[in-house]
Write a protein that binds this ligand. Structure first.
Ligand code: HSE
Length: 298
Protein backbone atom coordinates (compact mmCIF):
# COMPACT_ATOMS: atom_id res chain seq x y z
CA UNK A 1 0.00 0.00 0.00
CA UNK A 2 1.22 3.48 -0.88
CA UNK A 3 -0.01 6.88 0.14
CA UNK A 4 0.78 10.35 -1.22
CA UNK A 5 0.51 13.31 1.10
CA UNK A 6 0.62 17.08 0.89
CA UNK A 7 2.21 18.18 4.15
CA UNK A 8 1.63 21.86 4.80
CA UNK A 9 3.85 24.71 5.90
CA UNK A 10 2.85 26.48 9.10
CA UNK A 11 3.37 29.84 10.75
CA UNK A 12 4.19 29.37 14.42
CA UNK A 13 4.08 31.86 17.29
CA UNK A 14 1.94 34.42 15.46
CA UNK A 15 3.62 37.15 17.49
CA UNK A 16 1.98 36.91 20.93
CA UNK A 17 1.89 33.08 21.07
CA UNK A 18 5.52 31.99 21.30
CA UNK A 19 5.64 28.17 21.35
CA UNK A 20 1.86 27.86 21.79
CA UNK A 21 0.13 29.27 18.71
CA UNK A 22 0.33 28.41 15.03
CA UNK A 23 -1.64 28.26 11.81
CA UNK A 24 -1.56 26.10 8.72
CA UNK A 25 -0.96 27.37 5.18
CA UNK A 26 -3.22 26.12 2.45
CA UNK A 27 -0.95 26.10 -0.57
CA UNK A 28 2.66 25.77 0.58
CA UNK A 29 3.98 22.39 1.60
CA UNK A 30 6.00 19.25 0.94
CA UNK A 31 4.92 16.22 -1.01
CA UNK A 32 5.54 12.84 0.55
CA UNK A 33 5.08 9.26 -0.58
CA UNK A 34 4.95 6.52 2.02
CA UNK A 35 4.74 2.80 1.45
CA UNK A 36 5.06 -0.26 3.61
CA UNK A 37 8.15 -2.42 3.00
CA UNK A 38 8.90 -6.03 3.92
CA UNK A 39 12.11 -5.21 5.74
CA UNK A 40 10.76 -4.23 9.18
CA UNK A 41 12.75 -1.05 8.79
CA UNK A 42 11.92 2.63 8.57
CA UNK A 43 13.85 4.04 5.63
CA UNK A 44 14.07 7.48 4.13
CA UNK A 45 14.50 6.31 0.57
CA UNK A 46 14.65 9.64 -1.24
CA UNK A 47 14.71 13.35 -0.51
CA UNK A 48 14.51 15.87 -3.31
CA UNK A 49 14.69 19.65 -3.04
CA UNK A 50 16.92 19.77 0.04
CA UNK A 51 20.10 18.21 1.32
CA UNK A 52 18.87 16.40 4.44
CA UNK A 53 20.00 13.20 6.19
CA UNK A 54 18.66 9.94 4.78
CA UNK A 55 19.52 7.98 7.91
CA UNK A 56 16.20 7.39 9.67
CA UNK A 57 17.52 8.19 13.16
CA UNK A 58 18.88 11.51 11.96
CA UNK A 59 15.83 12.49 9.96
CA UNK A 60 12.81 14.14 11.61
CA UNK A 61 10.37 12.00 9.62
CA UNK A 62 12.21 8.80 10.55
CA UNK A 63 12.33 9.66 14.23
CA UNK A 64 8.66 10.63 14.36
CA UNK A 65 7.55 7.42 12.60
CA UNK A 66 9.69 5.29 14.91
CA UNK A 67 8.05 6.93 17.92
CA UNK A 68 4.62 6.10 16.49
CA UNK A 69 5.54 2.48 15.69
CA UNK A 70 6.99 2.00 19.17
CA UNK A 71 3.73 3.28 20.69
CA UNK A 72 1.63 0.73 18.78
CA UNK A 73 4.24 -2.01 19.21
CA UNK A 74 4.44 -2.50 15.45
CA UNK A 75 7.47 -4.01 13.76
CA UNK A 76 6.31 -2.96 10.29
CA UNK A 77 8.70 -1.16 8.00
CA UNK A 78 8.05 1.88 5.82
CA UNK A 79 9.78 3.66 2.95
CA UNK A 80 9.41 7.43 3.00
CA UNK A 81 10.09 9.72 0.06
CA UNK A 82 10.05 13.45 0.63
CA UNK A 83 9.89 16.14 -2.02
CA UNK A 84 10.89 19.15 0.07
CA UNK A 85 9.29 22.30 -1.22
CA UNK A 86 9.74 24.03 2.13
CA UNK A 87 13.32 25.08 2.70
CA UNK A 88 14.99 24.03 5.94
CA UNK A 89 15.63 26.97 8.24
CA UNK A 90 13.00 29.13 6.54
CA UNK A 91 10.72 29.62 9.54
CA UNK A 92 7.60 28.08 8.07
CA UNK A 93 7.77 24.69 9.71
CA UNK A 94 9.96 22.69 7.36
CA UNK A 95 10.86 20.01 9.91
CA UNK A 96 7.29 19.98 11.22
CA UNK A 97 5.92 19.27 7.74
CA UNK A 98 8.21 16.26 7.34
CA UNK A 99 7.45 14.89 10.80
CA UNK A 100 3.70 15.54 10.68
CA UNK A 101 3.33 14.22 7.12
CA UNK A 102 5.25 11.05 7.93
CA UNK A 103 3.21 10.11 11.01
CA UNK A 104 -0.02 11.05 9.24
CA UNK A 105 0.80 8.76 6.31
CA UNK A 106 1.99 5.81 8.38
CA UNK A 107 -1.05 6.12 10.65
CA UNK A 108 -3.31 5.95 7.57
CA UNK A 109 -1.59 2.81 6.27
CA UNK A 110 -1.90 1.23 9.72
CA UNK A 111 -5.67 1.83 9.59
CA UNK A 112 -5.83 5.00 11.70
CA UNK A 113 -5.02 3.72 15.20
CA UNK A 114 -4.56 7.37 16.24
CA UNK A 115 -6.57 10.53 15.68
CA UNK A 116 -4.70 13.50 14.19
CA UNK A 117 -4.67 15.05 17.67
CA UNK A 118 -3.03 11.91 19.08
CA UNK A 119 -0.33 12.03 16.40
CA UNK A 120 1.01 15.36 17.70
CA UNK A 121 3.38 13.89 20.36
CA UNK A 122 5.02 11.60 17.77
CA UNK A 123 5.57 14.47 15.36
CA UNK A 124 6.99 16.50 18.25
CA UNK A 125 9.82 13.96 18.50
CA UNK A 126 10.90 15.16 15.05
CA UNK A 127 10.95 18.72 16.37
CA UNK A 128 13.05 17.62 19.33
CA UNK A 129 15.62 16.22 16.90
CA UNK A 130 15.55 19.32 14.67
CA UNK A 131 15.73 22.05 17.28
CA UNK A 132 16.55 20.43 20.59
CA UNK A 133 13.06 21.29 21.82
CA UNK A 134 9.84 19.35 21.26
CA UNK A 135 7.63 22.34 20.53
CA UNK A 136 4.19 21.68 19.04
CA UNK A 137 3.22 25.02 17.54
CA UNK A 138 4.12 23.88 14.00
CA UNK A 139 3.22 20.18 14.11
CA UNK A 140 -0.18 20.81 15.73
CA UNK A 141 -1.53 23.11 13.00
CA UNK A 142 0.12 20.90 10.33
CA UNK A 143 -1.87 17.93 11.63
CA UNK A 144 -5.10 19.66 12.64
CA UNK A 145 -5.31 22.45 10.05
CA UNK A 146 -6.38 26.02 10.76
CA UNK A 147 -5.21 27.59 14.00
CA UNK A 148 -4.15 25.65 17.05
CA UNK A 149 -3.17 26.54 20.58
CA UNK A 150 -1.03 24.54 22.98
CA UNK A 151 -2.76 25.08 26.32
CA UNK A 152 -0.16 22.95 28.13
CA UNK A 153 2.93 20.90 27.31
CA UNK A 154 2.92 18.75 30.43
CA UNK A 155 0.48 17.15 30.09
CA UNK A 156 0.07 17.96 26.42
CA UNK A 157 -3.23 19.67 25.67
CA UNK A 158 -3.82 21.20 22.26
CA UNK A 159 -6.92 23.06 21.12
CA UNK A 160 -8.07 23.69 17.58
CA UNK A 161 -9.31 27.25 17.07
CA UNK A 162 -11.66 28.59 14.38
CA UNK A 163 -10.42 30.47 11.30
CA UNK A 164 -12.20 33.67 10.26
CA UNK A 165 -13.07 33.18 6.61
CA UNK A 166 -11.49 36.29 5.14
CA UNK A 167 -8.07 35.81 6.71
CA UNK A 168 -5.13 35.56 4.37
CA UNK A 169 -1.48 35.35 5.18
CA UNK A 170 1.42 36.72 3.17
CA UNK A 171 4.76 35.09 3.92
CA UNK A 172 8.04 36.62 2.82
CA UNK A 173 11.07 34.38 3.04
CA UNK A 174 14.41 36.18 2.75
CA UNK A 175 16.70 33.51 1.38
CA UNK A 176 18.98 33.19 4.37
CA UNK A 177 18.91 30.21 6.70
CA UNK A 178 18.30 30.61 10.41
CA UNK A 179 18.41 27.42 12.47
CA UNK A 180 15.67 27.25 15.09
CA UNK A 181 18.26 26.02 17.57
CA UNK A 182 20.29 29.20 17.06
CA UNK A 183 17.39 31.60 17.15
CA UNK A 184 16.19 29.97 20.37
CA UNK A 185 19.61 30.24 21.95
CA UNK A 186 19.61 34.05 21.75
CA UNK A 187 16.35 34.39 23.72
CA UNK A 188 16.34 35.52 27.31
CA UNK A 189 15.04 32.93 29.75
CA UNK A 190 13.13 35.35 31.94
CA UNK A 191 10.47 37.93 31.18
CA UNK A 192 9.43 40.98 33.17
CA UNK A 193 5.96 40.98 34.66
CA UNK A 194 5.11 44.08 32.63
CA UNK A 195 5.92 42.33 29.34
CA UNK A 196 4.15 39.14 30.41
CA UNK A 197 0.99 41.14 31.13
CA UNK A 198 0.90 42.65 27.65
CA UNK A 199 1.67 39.28 26.03
CA UNK A 200 -1.08 37.29 27.74
CA UNK A 201 -3.52 40.16 27.21
CA UNK A 202 -2.81 39.99 23.49
CA UNK A 203 -2.94 36.19 23.31
CA UNK A 204 -6.29 36.02 25.08
CA UNK A 205 -7.70 38.74 22.86
CA UNK A 206 -6.40 37.01 19.74
CA UNK A 207 -8.23 33.81 20.63
CA UNK A 208 -11.39 35.83 21.25
CA UNK A 209 -10.94 37.57 17.89
CA UNK A 210 -10.72 34.23 16.08
CA UNK A 211 -14.00 33.10 17.64
CA UNK A 212 -15.83 36.37 17.02
CA UNK A 213 -14.27 37.09 13.59
CA UNK A 214 -13.26 40.46 14.95
CA UNK A 215 -10.55 41.46 12.47
CA UNK A 216 -9.76 44.75 14.19
CA UNK A 217 -9.16 43.05 17.52
CA UNK A 218 -7.14 40.35 15.80
CA UNK A 219 -4.87 42.99 14.28
CA UNK A 220 -4.38 44.81 17.59
CA UNK A 221 -3.50 41.52 19.27
CA UNK A 222 -0.76 40.46 16.84
CA UNK A 223 2.01 41.97 18.92
CA UNK A 224 5.08 40.57 20.58
CA UNK A 225 7.34 42.59 22.82
CA UNK A 226 9.26 39.60 24.15
CA UNK A 227 10.71 37.56 21.28
CA UNK A 228 10.37 39.84 18.26
CA UNK A 229 12.69 42.60 19.52
CA UNK A 230 15.45 39.99 19.98
CA UNK A 231 15.00 37.94 16.82
CA UNK A 232 14.13 40.73 14.41
CA UNK A 233 17.75 41.86 14.29
CA UNK A 234 18.48 38.69 12.27
CA UNK A 235 15.99 39.65 9.56
CA UNK A 236 17.04 42.17 6.91
CA UNK A 237 14.97 45.38 7.15
CA UNK A 238 12.42 43.90 9.55
CA UNK A 239 11.24 47.27 10.91
CA UNK A 240 10.87 48.74 7.43
CA UNK A 241 8.93 45.68 6.20
CA UNK A 242 6.59 45.88 9.15
CA UNK A 243 5.95 49.57 8.58
CA UNK A 244 5.24 48.99 4.89
CA UNK A 245 2.90 46.06 5.57
CA UNK A 246 0.91 47.98 8.17
CA UNK A 247 0.76 51.12 6.01
CA UNK A 248 -0.68 48.96 3.25
CA UNK A 249 -3.41 47.66 5.50
CA UNK A 250 -2.06 44.42 7.00
CA UNK A 251 -3.86 43.59 10.22
CA UNK A 252 -0.59 42.53 11.80
CA UNK A 253 2.97 41.66 10.88
CA UNK A 254 5.66 39.66 12.63
CA UNK A 255 8.23 36.90 12.49
CA UNK A 256 7.08 33.51 11.25
CA UNK A 257 8.28 30.85 13.69
CA UNK A 258 11.95 31.34 14.38
CA UNK A 259 12.49 33.31 11.15
CA UNK A 260 13.85 34.50 8.81
CA UNK A 261 10.38 34.35 7.20
CA UNK A 262 7.99 37.10 8.20
CA UNK A 263 4.24 37.06 7.90
CA UNK A 264 1.56 39.66 7.28
CA UNK A 265 -1.96 38.79 8.37
CA UNK A 266 -4.50 40.36 6.03
CA UNK A 267 -8.24 40.62 5.57
CA UNK A 268 -9.33 39.49 2.10
CA UNK A 269 -7.49 38.71 -1.13
CA UNK A 270 -7.32 42.31 -2.28
CA UNK A 271 -5.55 43.52 0.80
CA UNK A 272 -3.22 40.51 0.83
CA UNK A 273 -2.25 41.25 -2.79
CA UNK A 274 -1.53 44.85 -1.90
CA UNK A 275 0.68 43.90 1.04
CA UNK A 276 2.45 41.26 -1.03
CA UNK A 277 3.23 43.75 -3.82
CA UNK A 278 4.44 46.41 -1.39
CA UNK A 279 6.89 44.19 0.47
CA UNK A 280 8.01 42.53 -2.75
CA UNK A 281 8.84 45.90 -4.33
CA UNK A 282 10.70 46.99 -1.21
CA UNK A 283 12.90 43.87 -1.09
CA UNK A 284 13.54 44.13 -4.83
CA UNK A 285 14.73 47.70 -4.33
CA UNK A 286 17.19 46.39 -1.75
CA UNK A 287 18.41 43.56 -4.01
CA UNK A 288 17.57 40.83 -1.51
CA UNK A 289 16.69 37.34 -2.73
CA UNK A 290 13.39 36.09 -1.42
CA UNK A 291 10.37 33.87 -1.91
CA UNK A 292 6.85 35.08 -1.36
CA UNK A 293 3.66 33.18 -0.60
CA UNK A 294 0.04 34.24 -0.27
CA UNK A 295 -2.17 31.66 1.33
CA UNK A 296 -5.46 30.92 2.94
CA UNK A 297 -5.38 29.32 6.37
CA UNK A 298 -6.89 25.86 6.29
N1 HSE B 1 8.02 28.29 18.53
C1 HSE B 1 9.19 27.89 17.81
C2 HSE B 1 10.23 28.98 17.94
C3 HSE B 1 8.85 27.69 16.37
O1 HSE B 1 9.88 30.14 17.74
O2 HSE B 1 11.38 28.69 18.24
C4 HSE B 1 10.02 27.26 15.54
O3 HSE B 1 9.59 27.07 14.22
Amino acid sequence: EQIKIFSPATVANLSCGFDVLGCCLDNVGDEMTIRQNDLNQVRITKITGQDLPLEADKNVAGVAVKALLAAVGSLKGFDIEIDKKIKAGSGIGSSAASAAGAVFGVNKILGDPFSNMELIPFAMEGERLASGNAHADNVAPALLGGFSLVRSYEPLEVLKLPTPEELRVVVLHPLIEIKTKDSRSILRQSVSLKKAISQWGNLGALVSALYTENYGLLGRSLQDNIVEPVRSILIPYFDELKKIAVENGALGFGISGSGPSVYGMCRGDKNAEKVRTAIRDFYKSKDIDFELHLSEIN
